[in-house]
Design a protein around this ligand. Sequence first.
Ligand code: KG4
Ligand code: ZN
Length: 337
Amino acid sequence: MRILGLETSCDETGVAVFDTERGLLGNALHSQVDLHARYGGVVPEIASRDHLRRLLPLVDQVLKDTGTPRPDGVAYTAGPGLVGALMVGSGLANGLALAWTRPVVPVHHMEAHLLAPMLEPDAPDFPFLALLVSGGHTMLVAADGLGRYRLLGTTLDDAVGEAFDKTAKLLGLGYPGGAALARLALDGNDSAFAFPRPMLNQPGFDFSFSGLKTAVMLRVRALEKGGEFERARPDIAASFQRAAIDTLVARTLGAARKERRNSIVVAGGVGANVLLRAELARRFDGKVFYPRPEFCTDNGAMIAIAGAFRMSDAVSPGRIEARARWPLESLVPPAAN
Ligand code: KG4
Ligand code: ZN
């Protein structure tokens, strides 16, 4: 069975074809990062319009490249995300499925991130602990099976990727600056500044990154006044990154211990962070699974594989689904299970 997957929840247009026998056959992505960079964040209206321009040509290309004239189903991101952007993917998925007389599968974006490591040859098995870390989310999830998710902890304010992006902006690194900040941190001393590890003295598995962000901002202002900011930029990046990653790792290890999990899945854009990977490898006894770096960030392949897993939930085309909010814990196992 071949599933076409469409991702348009935010600022990447992603398209892929997944074959349940042969795995991922093709995948294409168009990133809007350059369009939004000058505004310092994603502009929803610009995102929707660009999806509209890019999506159909990408679908055409992937179907041709993979020799798939008529897939068996069309999976699309139905939420959570920007409603206007989601509607583009949802509209096209329903239109194509109607023309092909095939079913559609509305996919939950975060479930797709969580399943992305299953695109790799060394795929994790349920149950596992999932750390979902992106520009919009910071979640620790006990994944007991497909559609059986318990939220153990989430952020009370900023997402960790957002904290990376805001700090990167303070350091003049542009948007989104997580990867650039991690690169700058390589030249810095991570104990130059003692930034807070928020929430680590609190019980439970929630996160908070706004205090860390404010501490960095105050430090930057003080350094600017003293004329020392330029020289200190790598040290600020390294010290911020160390504080943010220490927090993620400590919470994750605590949750793995409590849930007695010996495998952890890390997904979402911040999962590409090298320090996070090194620290988990060093401090966790079990196994850690990651998607390949290009599938850590938003992409069509994760939507196509999530659609394949959820084919038994497929519906007839005709209803445009686009949900700004959609709690991961509200999902249930696929109908056939
Ligand atoms: O999953 P994603 O592509 O989009 C969302 O759904 O948000 O994640 C993007 C986020 C951005 O905040 C970006 O700065 C961050 O992931 N990111 C990183 C790294 N690469 C991307 N953060 C820290 N270190 C990195 N190497
Ligand atoms: Zn995402």
